[in-house]
Design a protein around this ligand. Structure first.
Ligand SMILES: *Cc1c(COP(=O)(O)O)cnc(C)c1O
Length: 390
């Protein structure tokens, strides 16, 4: 595959080597291990003297096809895939940090990531602290002598704060820190964090990358030496991606660009139509001029992504009533699907946070998050409008 080709073409054309059957679409390599012709070949492969497949916990052709596409889309040297977004995140921390290290993150991060930082990393002597997403002037002061890594998401979930990647990249470089970005919400179609100095980019493949709510997956992309360290950690610890899931995901990436274009167009349309609705107190979408970090969003993103969020005037009760009145939108714990999804973070994904922690990241009691699907935009809008009626 020519490196000159556009990443979108590479996401379609990168393919595992064609087998003797001359198939057009890649076969599913549903095998736990791979064979050797001779004892000498097997010995040399185990000794890393030649490159060949050994065992699917280490590598598998379907998984490699998927990670090669992600590396092309994110513009990185390498990528490694895991069984879920959370295993990609936790493996990155555990492979690259050690006892005594400090991890600096942002108060607005995914709920389970918050749990890993607060509950599990301390067991291994790794400390962490958070800076406020909307107070960039405090970020540098939060760096400690023992800080090794900056870890952020942008746009944040579910509050849709936009963090300035260029500014964070400069901070990381100045202080010699690893800079890691969870790029799940934007996808590489809207934003490529390595262009702003990120060393590693992480995805939950479960969301937009699959885009159809079928499989769990995670992937880390970045510099070859760092990805190799993560690979060695995972090959021993074992959170490998199933070949079946990789096969699904690799097919999904062929349509990522067209899907994200429509998801973002639908989300922008919903945001524009709902922004001034009387039942809605505030509405956020990165590509609305009213968004507090609009200038940063348009600087670092090609589109505003597929998620909008709004605060209902009636608070918690209004939030529950809104969800109950929806006819078409799904009430489900996922996002990034062909089908539009509504969720109420305060009572579900972020229920484990304290009220104070929730408010610090704009998760107000009446906050609703909408993941715009690929249904006709007016059908999505009509369902939301009727559910907003008093
Ligand atoms: C869903 C999600 C994750 C976790 O991914 P899983 O595949 O569910 O393990 C991490 N980060 C963000 C931003 C997410 O939305």
């Amino acid at each position: 595959m020519s490196k000159q080709m556009n990443p979108i073409t590479q996401a379609i054309r990168i393919q595992a080597e064609r087998s003797g059957q001359m198939e057009h679409s890649v076969p599913l390599y549903l095998t736990s291990s791979f064979c050797f012709d001779t004892a000498e070949e097997m010995r040399a492969t185990f000794a890393d003297e030649r490159e060949a497949n050994i065992y699917s916990r280490f590598v598998n052709p379907n998984v490699t096809e998927f990670t090669d596409k992600i590396a092309a889309l994110e513009g990185t040297e390498a990528a490694y895939a895991t069984a879920s977004g959370m295993s990609a995140i936790s493996s990155t921390f555990l492979a690259l940090l050690k006892q005594g290290d400090h991890l600096l993150s942002c108060n607005a991060i995914f709920g389970s990531t918050h749990t890993v930082l607060n509950k599990y990393l301390p067991k291994y002597g790794i400390s962490s602290s958070y800076f406020a997403a909307d107070q960039p002037d405090t970020w540098e002061q939060a760096i400690r002598p023992e800080t090794k890594m900056i870890y952020v998401e942008t746009p944040t979930n579910p509050g849709l704060d936009i963090l300035d990647l260029e500014r964070l990249g400069e901070l990381a470089r100045k202080h010699g820190l690893l800079f890691v970005v969870d790029n799940c919400f934007a996808t590489p179609i809207a934003q490529r964090p390595v262009e702003y100095g990120a060393d590693l980019v992480i995805h939950s493949g479960t969301k937009w990358l699959d885009g159809q709510g079928r499989v769990l997956a995670g992937v880390v992309a970045g510099r070859k030496d760092l990805i190799h360290d993560i690979y060695l950690f995972c090959r021993s610890m074992g959170p490998s991606l199933s070949p079946f899931n990789a096969w699904i995901l690799s097919k999904s990436l062929e349509t990522l660009d067209v899907r994200m274009e429509r998801h973002a167009a639908n989300a922008l349309y919903l945001a524009q139509q709902l922004e001034h609705h009387t039942a809605i107190k505030t509405l956020r979408y990165p590509f609305l001029a009213s968004h507090p970090q609009y200038d940063i969003a348009v600087k670092q993103m090609k589109n505003g992504g597929g998620i909008i969020c709004f605060e209902l005037a009636g608070g918690l009760e209004a939030g529950r009533r809104f969800l109950d009145k929806l006819n078409m939108l799904s009430l489900t714990a996922n996002l990034g699907d062909t089908r539009s999804i509504a969720s109420h973070p305060a009572s579900t994904t972020h229920a484990k946070l304290t009220e104070e922690e929730r408010l610090a990241v704009n998760i107000t009691p009446g906050l609703i998050r909408i993941s715009a699907g690929l249904e006709h935009r007016d059908d999505i809008l009509q369902d939301i409008l009727q559910a907003l009626e008093p």
